[in-house]
Design a protein around this ligand. Structure first.
Ligand code: SF4
Length: 433
């Protein structure tokens, strides 16, 4: 879900936080390459509903297949991996993260930075709303012949978390997930260690929220979609609960607060944005194969994304949720239950509409990605509903996650230009944002 290493924005003077983020993500892949040699165990799991603190409490290495796929997409590797998977019989309609992962596996499981990834000792399937997660790990189980432990997280069909749902998840953590991790790691569960990790998570989460909410300023000091995916990198990968994450988010927050004090806009790949012309909210994941090009289509127009739903896919911290060391397993359960992929459509409409109003956006855009039914199903309904609630115009573009065949630059650029013209016309007509 998050970029890093080679694709960090090449600004003339890089912020210290950008350098740090790049080091963290690069170091993570270096460490994964050493896992087997050092006798550590590797646990594959997904970003939404990840139990990173629990894994780190057992000193096992988290491996996140979506991160490997998106990083491969940014490095131009996904096209060939997808072709390999399709040749092996996986349909065009399958999520391209899955096909990219399977193609990478067939090619020797060399990770996006060119270093080998460890094979899984356990597939920890934390099921948070996306059915593809199930099928993906079924395929990996066949390939690796390794155990799977499933944490079943009930869908928030009524838009709320009940006591029964929380208890159901905590029971599974105690009776299934923790024993499986004890078996794999050879270590006993240490709740005090878990509490220490969760306390650090909460600190980093506080700072991340301050960074994301800084976009309420004019001009916004951040781009909360294209820039935002760099910010969520460490916390959505393997760093939640670590001192490195605490330090990174403190540094990032200080830099962003300084930009607010100086009245500066976001840092873009080409340097600083001189004028904020449009404030937008974006729903849906980005395209990774043409990430820079996609971003430039916005920044060339002076469009800044002030809030996005995608940056909540690994945790909806701006709603107030924090990991809680006083309630370790309960708060892990609430984290999984509250994941964006586990929210129903009314909750997603409510959240996106609230962003449009709270961040004083001119409108919102939906990037509907072909691969991801989890995000895309219902987005046209969301478009109409959010327009009705906010009175602000919505735009609709289509692309894909890591399949370059579904990124039509000319088409997207046309649609964006028409969308910005519409906002201009509304301004000329005196229709307030
Ligand atoms: S369908 Fe969407 S949520 Fe599910 S695995 Fe693919 S990208 Fe992730």
């Amino acid at each position: 879900m998050t970029p890093g290493t080679r694709d960090a924005p090449p600004t003339a003077t890089k912020d210290a936080s950008q350098e740090r983020q790049k080091q963290l993500i690069g170091g993570y892949f270096d460490e994964l390459a050493e896992v087997e040699r050092r006798g550590r165990k590797a646990v594959y799991t997904f970003v939404p509903g990840n139990l990173t603190e629990l894994l780190l409490a057992f000193d096992v290495a988290p491996v996140l297949p979506e991160i490997n796929a998106l990083q491969s997409g940014m490095r131009g590797l996904s096209k060939d991996y997808i072709a390999l998977a399709e040749k092996a019989g996986h349909s065009e309609d399958v999520c391209t993260y899955v096909k990219c992962d399977l193609g990478m596996l067939e090619s020797g499981n060399i990770g996006p930075t060119g270093k080998r990834l460890p094979s899984p000792d356990l597939l920890l399937l934390s099921y948070t709303g996306c059915f593809t997660f199930l099928k993906w790990f079924e395929l990996l189980r066949e390939k690796y012949r390794c155990p799977v432990t499933m944490l079943h997280v009930p869908y928030q069909a009524d838009g709320r978390i009940t006591d029964e749902m929380r208890t159901y998840v905590v029971d599974q953590l105690r009776k299934k997930v923790i024993p499986a991790l004890e078996r794999v790691s050879g270590r006993a569960y240490d709740e005090d260690r878990l509490r220490q990790l969760l306390a650090r998570s909460a600190q980093a989460e506080d700072d991340l929220v301050r960074v994301l909410e800084s976009a309420k300023h004019r001009p916004s000091p951040i781009d909360a979609y294209f820039g935002g995916v760099y910010y969520i990198g460490p916390i959505f990968t393997a760093f939640r609960g670590t001192q490195e994450a605490v330090d990174y988010y403190r540094l990032l927050r200080e830099e962003v607060e300084q930009r607010v004090r100086l009245g500066q806009g976001p840092v873009l790949p080409e340097g600083a944005l001189s004028q904020e012309r449009y404030r937008l909210v974006v729903e849906g994941p980005p395209n990774w194969t043409s990430f820079r090009r996609f971003w430039k289509m916005f920044s060339d127009e002076g469009a800044v994304v002030v809030a996005s739903t995608y940056t909540k896919v690994g945790g909806v911290y701006d709603d107030g949720f924090r990991h809680d060391p006083e309630r370790p397993l309960e708060s892990l359960a609430e984290y999984c239950l509250g994941c964006y992929t586990n929210l129903n459509l009314p909750a997603r409409v409510e959240k996106t509409a609230r962003y449009v109003l709270d961040y004083e956006a001119d409108g919102f855009l939906i990037n509907s990605v072909k691969s991801c039914n989890s995000f895309s199903a219902g987005q046209l309904m969301m478009l109409r509903e959010i327009e009705n609630r906010t009175g602000r115009p919505g735009g609709f573009i289509e692309s894909d996650l890591v399949d370059p065949r579904y990124f039509s630059a000319a088409n997207i650029k046309n649609r964006l230009e028409s969308y910005f013209q519409m906002i201009e016309q509304r301004r000329s007509a005196g229709v307030s944002a």
